[in-house]
Design a protein around this ligand. Structure first.
Ligand code: CXF
Ligand code: ZN
Length: 360
């Protein structure tokens, strides 16, 4: 039996229960979870903003140790340390052929079939985003486990699987930040903090963090932000002041909210680049006039999973961690148990702290 935090119905609080996990089948891997980060997308799946079949075990930002592999799995073996990938690419679709695996047609497809059962009555359970790391152990597709390069602490390595790859990729692949540029990051949660740090690693001279919660200033500065501006009516003016009156070269939006996207875009200079990383709802509508789009010469880009190929980029990011340029622990504000995930959701809603990390 395995302890897991189960979402029984959309909108219900997660309930810790014993589940029955099968042995890994062909092409599957069983992982003893070391740690799982609580991401805003887990909250969105739990409250119905994003869809997921229920009952389910959520959690898609995880690390752990392989305990068993199914037939045909050769890239990992029992005992290996791994990071979970919530969007494994198929390698054969149109987007994989274009070398854009983050857009893979099957990557985000929610596995239709259950992967485990509730211990009490045998109710079938779905694996949230195919990974289900809010549990002591999980069974996943082989492509969803990436070998963890050496020199990265196993628990903190969980963050690499969502927040860090996303923030790193937004900076390096989408916005293509160059040394000396100014970067404004709007929304300072786990992804925002990873984006701040990644901008510093890329050599940005000025990294301006923006959030509605003043308590995020200290967290952002600990990750290398040079400035903090409260989100509000005055944000764009203050960012301009900090950037010679022009606006920032780059903005990265990490909140998934219309006003944050509009603020990020308006805070860039003429010709500036805005990347939207936040996962917002359909009701979040942003308006731009045709004249300002033309005259500002700015760009606005969406970005999925940091536009990363996780298998290629994980070793690069791990290198930054190993060599001391990227301190994963600076993103973590609480280490919690499985029972505390509802509290972590509440903290996120209240704008408190960075990542909560469930440590097993
Ligand atoms: C999300 C993106 C939207 C679908 C669920 C997962 N990514 C990470 O948090
Ligand atoms: Zn996530």
């Amino acid at each position: 039996m395995t302890r897991a935090a189960v979402l029984t119905a959309v909108g219900a609080p997660l309930r810790v229960a014993e589940i029955d996990l099968p042995d890994p089948g062909p092409g599957q891997v069983r992982v003893r979870v070391a740690a799982a980060g609580v991401c805003h997308s887990d909250l969105s799946l739990a409250n119905g903003t994003l869809r997921q079949p229920v009952p389910a075990v959520l959690g898609h930002e995880g690390s752990g140790t392989v305990t068993a592999v199914g037939e045909g799995v050769t890239h990992v073996a029992p005992g290996d340390h791994v990071v979970l990938n919530w969007a494994p690419a198929c390698g054969g679709c149109h987007y994989c052929g274009l070398d854009e695996p983050w857009l893979c047609a099957s990557g985000l497809a929610v596995p239709a079939s259950p992967y485990a059962t509730l211990g009490t009555d045998g109710t079938p359970l779905h694996p949230g985003l195919g990974t289900a790391v809010f549990a002591e152990e999980t069974v996943v597709r082989a492509a969803a486990v990436l070998p963890l390069p050496p020199g990265v602490p196993l628990a903190e390595a969980a963050l690499l699987g969502c927040a860090v790859l996303t923030g790193y990729g937004a900076v390096h692949h989408s916005a293509r930040v160059r040394p000396g540029e100014s970067v404004v990051v709007v929304g300072i949660g786990g992804v925002g903090l990873a984006t701040v740090r990644s901008a510093c690693v890329a050599g940005a001279e000025r990294v301006i963090a923006v959030d509605v919660s003043p308590e995020k200033e200290e967290l952002a500065r600990a990750c290398g932000a040079t400035d903090f501006v409260p989100a509000g009516d005055d944000t764009v003016r203050r960012v301009r002041e900090l950037t010679g009156g022009h606006g920032a070269d780059v903005a990265v939006e990490c909140a998934g909210r219309a006003e944050a996207i509009r603020t990020a875009w308006s805070a860039t200079r003429r010709g500036g680049r805005t990347t939207v990383v936040g996962v917002g709802g359909k009701e979040q509508l942003v308006t731009f006039s045709a004249l300002e789009l033309f005259h500002s010469g700015r760009t606005l880009a969406g970005c999925v999973y940091g536009n990363t190929d996780p298998a290629r980029d994980l070793p690069v990011v791990a290198g930054h961690v190993r060599e001391g340029r990227f301190d994963l622990s600076a993103l973590v504000t609480r280490r919690i148990g499985l029972d505390d995930i509802p509290d972590a959701f509440a903290a996120m809603l209240a704008g408190r702290g960075g990542r909560s990390l469930v440590v097993f």
